[in-house]
Design a protein around this ligand. Structure first.
Ligand code: ATP
Ligand code: MG
Length: 361
């Protein structure tokens, strides 16, 4: 038995609360079969219900309450009819990202069986790579402003900020990830032919970091042609790293190319372990379908799988991924949910994956 992985459960709003129980059940199944020790502690904050009661999304001491956990397992936040999105999002998820210095955003881009791929002729196994996005600086700085507002001479400026620390730490994570994979291939997203100061700096740091990773094959593409390659030859990629803006774009495009944006997970990671990392489905709270028990639980379960993988529980993580793939491959009409063309519900889908995990060894 390894050390206990301490997980803070924050189900949030809408379908977040409906898919979360299945995420937990599947993790518990994996823990049982692979003899892991996982502890789950639930929190009711970071939800609009909490906001209605307390006038804020988080308690004042949220950081103290959550700091001791290894991971935050997060459902979804936001009910725009109850609390404006900028309040709910900025008051919760973005606080976690910033205060816990989750400087990596990690998303898989993996073609799953049973999922209709919008790219013609691709089979499961053809597309399997990771997108690593810088999550704290770069183009999303709030340095800048407007001059001569309201006049013909209006000028608007927003600065991109890259620091050596910020760039090197995301590159290190991406190189380590590439090094750990069979293909050992890292692709850097750049635009140093058009953005003449920050992007050449990014390239320079990539070249410098590469010196420490002799086994990793490195290439770089300008962001414009890179997006075309995602569509035309996705089999080329293994690990793709990008700045905050480029990573943002790629981490939606990648899963969209595999038809999985609705079931994809995402990690906001602090690799130092000094603060908890957060794992969540990509989808939101989906108020249009909430309360009906028909939400697809795969994104939530896959996010749990990513969490186990992140913490090095490889056998259990592999078993969870195989279980998801197996249920998707069967595509049983009465099991899978309506968004994937089935007649099943959250329970039938979640239960099928849980059963596969329990039978995996
Ligand atoms: P956000 O504000 O974070 O974008 P949202 O609630 O506006 O969240 P999403 O939940 O991301 O939007 O997704 C858009 C639509 O896709 C939903 O309104 C819903 O109809 C559908 N959808 C999203 N997630 C699921 C799911 N897990 N199962 C079934 N349908 C889903
Ligand atoms: Mg939306």
């Amino acid at each position: 038995m390894s050390k206990t992985l301490k997980i803070a459960v924050i189900a949030g709003d809408g379908i977040g609360t409906e898919v979360m129980p299945w995420g937990i059940k599947c993790l518990e199944a994996a823990a049982k079969v692979y003899n892991l020790s996982l502890s789950f502690t639930s929190f009711d904050f970071a939800s609009c219900a909490y906001y209605k009661q307390h006038g804020q999304m988080l308690p004042d001491d949220w950081k103290d309450q959550l700091s001791g956990f290894d991971a935050l397992y997060f459902g979804a936040v936001g009910l725009p009819d109850v609390v404006p999105d900028h309040v709910s999002l900025w008051g919760s998820l973005l606080q976690f990202r910033r205060e816990f210095d989750q400087y990596i955003n990690l998303r898989p881009c993996r073609l799953m069986p049973g999922v209709r791929c919008p790219l013609a002729g691709r089979k499961p196994g053809d597309i399997d790579f990771w997108i690593v996005r810088e999550n704290t600086e770069g183009e999303y700085s709030s340095i800048g402003g407007k001059m001569f507002p309201g006049t013909e001479r209006e000028v608007v400026i927003q600065e991109t900020v890259m620091t050596r620390t910020g760039v090197d730490r995301v590159l290190k994570y991406a190189f380590d990830l590439a090094q750990s994979r069979p293909k050992k291939h890292l692709t850097s997203a750049t635009k140093s032919n058009g953005i003449s100061i920050t992007m050449p700096y990014w390239d320079e740091r990539v070249a410098e970091m590469a010196k420490g990773y002799g086994e990793v094959k490195v290439d770089k593409f300008h962001i414009d042609i890179l997006t075309a390659h995602f569509v035309q030859r996705p089999q080329h990629f293994d690990v793709v790293v990008g700045s905050n803006l480029f990573g943002d774009i790629l981490s939606d495009l990648g899963p969209a190319c595999t038809g999985t944006i609705g079931i994809a997970p995402s990690g906001n990671i602090n690799p130092t372990g000094k603060f908890p990392s957060l794992f969540e489905p990509v989808h939101g709270s989906a108020p249009d379908i909430m309360g009906r028990g028909i939400a697809n639980p795969v994104g939530m379960i896959w996010a749990g799988q990513m969490m186990l993988e992140h913490f090095g529980y490889k056998d259990a993580a592999d078993a969870m991924l195989r279980a998801i793939e197996s249920v998707l491959a069967k595509g049983d009409d009465v099991v899978i949910t309506g968004d994937m063309g089935g007649k099943g519900d959250t329970k039938s889908f979640g239960e099928a994956i849980e059963r596969e995990i329990l039978g995996s060894k």
